[in-house]
Design a protein around this ligand. Structure first.
Ligand code: PMP
Length: 305
């Protein structure tokens, strides 16, 4: 990824893509103490629009607060950085990676508190779990790795180091021929995917795990609102893996994963083993919203002008 044309917003300036580098003694590279976001912009009839930018930036600042990290930029500056990178790179649609990390000022577990650097990068990125996955659904495996405990690394921060757990789980699942992993919490209840929240449908009702051991997903929140508008009952509760096995439908949500149907968990087909009708309707509404085809939800879009 390092070798391409374009610009990355780096500590307040647009830097040539290949020059957006850091030293090998960068603190976060050693210990994973950093925070980041995953944001998307879609092509709309009025040009590129960033979906729920304000909410992503707010979560970035909440994540930093949880880690006790002071960001040297304001939320407004971070929002503007997103707009700047879309324009500088001439992108129509993209994935953004804002990240704050400790620099190379000092190693050891105690970072130099005023050595925080921030980047916002953006590049074109298609369907995270594949176009076919969006249509036909993906195959998922319950992970042998447990999701973080609320008192170990916590779950509300989108923190760099937390993703070691996600990578281990995803690597295990994909090495076994699956598309993604489903992680259980320390008590054995369903938490989330390696980078997604999960929903199941049973007898026309929607269920999703409470947020004790899962990231507060912005796509999850969008789907909660879509469900309300569809008149679907939504129940937030602890969910067991056998409830997923016996669900009529299941799907993952995430900025990268969007709304991806799950057609199989641990070799058990979910429902008919294909994208279910409620999932399809939620997916359709989601894509209409992010692509600027639903005037009711235009307040979630930040147009790049
Ligand atoms: N859980 C985890 C662990 C994630 O990494 C993500 C992706 N950010 C999500 C859930 C979904 O969050 P969002 O919908 O805000 O992208």
């Amino acid at each position: 990824m390092a070798d391409r044309d374009g610009y990355i917003w780096y500590d307040g300036k647009l830097v040539d893509w290949r020059d957006a580098t850091t030293h090998v003694l960068t603190h976060t590279l050693h210990y994973g103490m950093g925070v980041f976001e995953g944001v998307r912009a879609y092509e709309t009839p009025k040009g590129p629009a960033i979906f729920r930018l304000q909410d992503h930036t707010e979560r970035l600042f909440r994540s930093a607060k949880i880690l006790g990290m002071a960001l040297p930029f304001s939320p407004e500056q971070i929002n503007q950085a997103h707009l700047d990178v879309v324009k500088a790179n001439g992108l129509k649609s993209c994935y953004f990676r804002p990240m704050a990390f400790y620099g190379s000022g000092k190693l050891g577990v105690a970072p130099m508190k005023n050595d925080v650097q921030v980047i916002v990068a953006a590049w074109p990125w298609g369907a995270y779990l594949g176009e076919e996955g969006l249509e036909k659904g993906i195959r998922v495996k319950t992970s042998s790795f447990t999701r973080h405990h609320v008192n170990i690394t916590m779950c509300k921060a989108k923190a760099n180091g937390n993703y070691m757990n996600s990578i281990l789980a995803n690597n295990e699942a994909t090495a076994d021929g699956y598309d993604e992993a489903l992680l259980l919490d320390v008590d054995g209840f369903v938490a989330e995917g390696s980078g997604e929240n999960i929903f199941i449908v049973r007898k026309g009702k929607l269920y999703t795990p409470d947020l004790t051991s899962a990231l507060e997903g912005i796509t999850r929140d969008t789907v909660v609102q879509i469900a309300q508008e569809m008149g679907l009952q939504l129940i937030e509760k602890r969910i067991t893996r056998d409830e997923v096995y016996s669900a009529d439908e299941a799907f993952f949500t995430g900025t990268a994963a969007e709304v991806t149907p799950i057609r199989e968990l641990d070799r058990r087909p979910i429902g008919a083993g294909s994208r279910g009708p409620i999932t399809a309707e939620i997916q359709k509404r989601y894509f209409n919203i992010v692509k600027g085809l639903d005037a009711e939800h235009e307040h979630w879009l930040t147009y790049v002008k």
